[in-house]
Design a protein around this ligand. Structure first.
Ligand SMILES: C[S@@+](CC[C@H](N)C(=O)[O-])C[C@H]1O[C@@H](n2cnc3c(N)ncnc32)[C@H](O)[C@@H]1O
Ligand code: SF4
Ligand code: SF4
Length: 373
C-alpha cells in the first residue's frame, strides 16, 4: 500500500476520477486495436540556426540525413489527403528549425489546400513580420514558440541574443493573425522559481496557451551527466503544484488563456486531469504518427529513431505503413514488464509515455518521479 501522500495512493474521494481515467484508458487501448490518425508530426529538417544545450534532436547547421525535398513531401501529403479524412488531422511541423526550410510556406499552403490544419514549433528567431505574414497567408493559424525561462535562464541553454526574438515572435505571430499562439517552456531546476514571471512575460507578449514540459535525456543530453537539466522528486511536485494552481485559478476566473503540462505517462489519479486536459497521456502509434526528415515514418519525433522507424515514404505509401506496421507500438504486452509488471495502475496507465519509457528506461514512471525526497 503506498503512503497516503504518495502520487499512487488512492482515497475514497478519488473514485469518480478513477472511473473516468479507466474509461479513457479503455479508449486508448481500443485505439491500439483500431488506430485512428488525428495528429501528425512532420520533422521538417534536422538543420537549425541555434545549438541549444538540451536539444533532443542534436541539431546542427547541416543535417546528417538525406532529407525529403519539396516534391517528395508534397507528394506524401497528397497521398495522406487521398487515404485519410484530412479535416481530422492536425499537422505539427517541427525540427530542427522549420523556418530554415525555404519551401516551408509552399508546404504549409499545400497542407491548407488539402484541408490539413497545421502549426510550427519554432525557436522564434527567424519569425520576423514577413515570415509571420507568409505563414498566415499559407493558411496556418497556430504557432508554438519555445521560451525556456526569463532572459538569462533562456539564453543559458539557447544562446546569447535568443530571448528577445522569441518573445517578439509571440507578438508578431499574434499581430499577423495567428489565432492560437502557444509558448512552450522546458522546465529545469534553474527556471522553476521564475515560472510565474515567464507566464506573465509570454502572456503580455501575446501567448494564449502556455505549455510546460520536462526535459528528456535524449539528443545532446543522451548519456550526459547534466543534473542541471533534471528535476528531483520535490522539484517535480513543485512544478505540478504550480501548473495545477494556475489551471484552477484561470478556470475560477473564467479566463480563456490556458496552462498545461505536457503529454506523457500517467501522473496519478489526483494529478492527471488537474495539470492537463483529458486524454493527456500517450497516443504514440494509435492516433499520433510522424514523418521524419528523411522520410521514415514513426510516432512522435522524440522517440529513438532506430526503435521508432516503421518504413519509409520513399518506398511505401504512408497509409500502408500506418495500417500494416507499428506492431511494436500497438502490442501492449511488452509494456507489462519491469516496474509495470506488478503495478496495480497498469490498466489506467498502460505502461507510461512511450518516449519517456524508451529514452530513460530507469526513470519513466511518473508516480516514482513524484515520490521521494
Ligand atoms: C526539437 S524542438 C524543434 C523546434 C524548434 N527548433 C524549437 O526549439 O522550438 C521542439 C521542442 O522540443 C523541445 N525540446 C528540445 N530538446 C528537448 C529535450 N531534450 N527534452 C524535451 N523537450 C525538448 C524544445 O524546447 C521545443 O519546444
Ligand atoms: S531545441 Fe530547437 S532551436 Fe534548439 S537546437 Fe534543437 S531544434 Fe534548434
Ligand atoms: S509502474 Fe508502469 S504501469 Fe505503473 S504507473 Fe508506473 S509507468 Fe504506469
Amino acid at each position: 500500500m503506498p503512503p497516503r501522500d504518495s502520487a499512487g495512493a488512492l482515497r475514497l474521494r478519488d473514485f469518480p476520477r478513477l472511473v473516468q481515467l479507466r474509461r479513457e484508458a479503455k479508449e486508448r487501448a481500443r485505439l491500439y486495436r483500431e488506430p485512428d490518425l488525428t495528429y501528425l508530426f512532420w520533422e521538417s529538417t534536422l538543420r537549425c540556426n541555434l545549438r541549444c544545450r538540451h536539444c533532443g534532436s542534436s541539431c546542427e547547421a547541416k543535417s546528417p540525413l538525406r532529407e525529403l525535398d519539396t516534391k517528395e513531401i508534397l507528394g506524401v501529403l497528397d497521398t495522406i489527403a487521398e487515404d485519410f479524412d484530412a479535416s481530422r488531422i492536425f499537422v505539427s511541423i517541427t525540427g530542427g528549425e522549420p523556418l530554415v526550410r525555404k519551401d516551408l510556406f509552399e508546404v504549409v499552403a499545400h497542407m491548407s489546400k488539402l484541408g490539413l490544419a497545421s502549426c510550427i514549433v519554432t525557436n522564434g528567431v527567424l519569425l520576423d513580420e514577413r515570415n509571420a505574414a507568409r505563414l498566415v497567408e499559407a493558411g496556418m493559424r497556430t504557432v508554438s514558440i519555445s521560451v525556456d525561462g526569463l532572459a538569462q535562464t533562456h539564453e543559458a541553454v539557447r544562446g546569447k541574443g535568443t530571448f528577445r526574438p522569441a518573445i517578439a515572435a509571440l507578438g508578431r505571430a499574434r499581430a499577423a493573425g495567428i489565432t492560437t499562439v502557444e509558448a512552450i517552456t522546458c522546465a529545469r531546476p534553474a527556471n522553476l522559481a521564475e515560472l510565474a514571471d515567464v507566464e506573465r512575460v509570454v502572456r503580455e507578449a501575446g501567448a494564449d496557451l502556455w505549455r510546460v514540459i520536462t526535459i528528456d535525456r535524449m539528443g545532446r543530453l543522451a548519456g550526459a551527466d547534466a543534473p542541471d537539466m533534471w528535476l528531483t522528486p520535490p522539484e517535480v511536485r513543485r512544478l505540478l503544484d504550480f501548473v495545477e494552481a494556475r489551471r484552477s485559478s484561470l478556470a475560477r476566473e473564467g479566463r480563456q488563456e490556458q496552462v498545461r503540462f505536457s503529454c506523457g505517462g500517467f501522473l496519478g489519479v489526483r494529478r492527471e486531469h488537474a495539470v492537463r486536459p483529458e486524454a493527456g497521456q500517450c497516443y504514440a502509434g494509435s492516433a499520433v504518427a510522424s514523418i521524419l526528415c528523411d522520410g521514415q515514418v514513426g510516432a512522435c519525433p522524440s522517440l529513438p529513431r532506430a526503435w521508432a522507424a516503421q518504413g519509409s515514404v520513399r518506398e511505401q505509401r504512408f497509409s500502408a505503413i500506418w495500417r500494416d506496421r507499428f506492431e511494436r507500438y500497438r502490442d501492449l504486452s511488452w509494456r507489462r514488464s519491469g516496474p509495470c509488471e506488478s503495478c496495480s495502475w497498469f490498466d489506467t496507465c498502460l505502461g507510461g509515455g512511450l518516449h519517456e519509457r524508451l529514452v530513460q528506461p530507469d526513470e519513466f514512471c511518473w508516480l516514482e518521479r513524484q515520490d521521494g525526497a
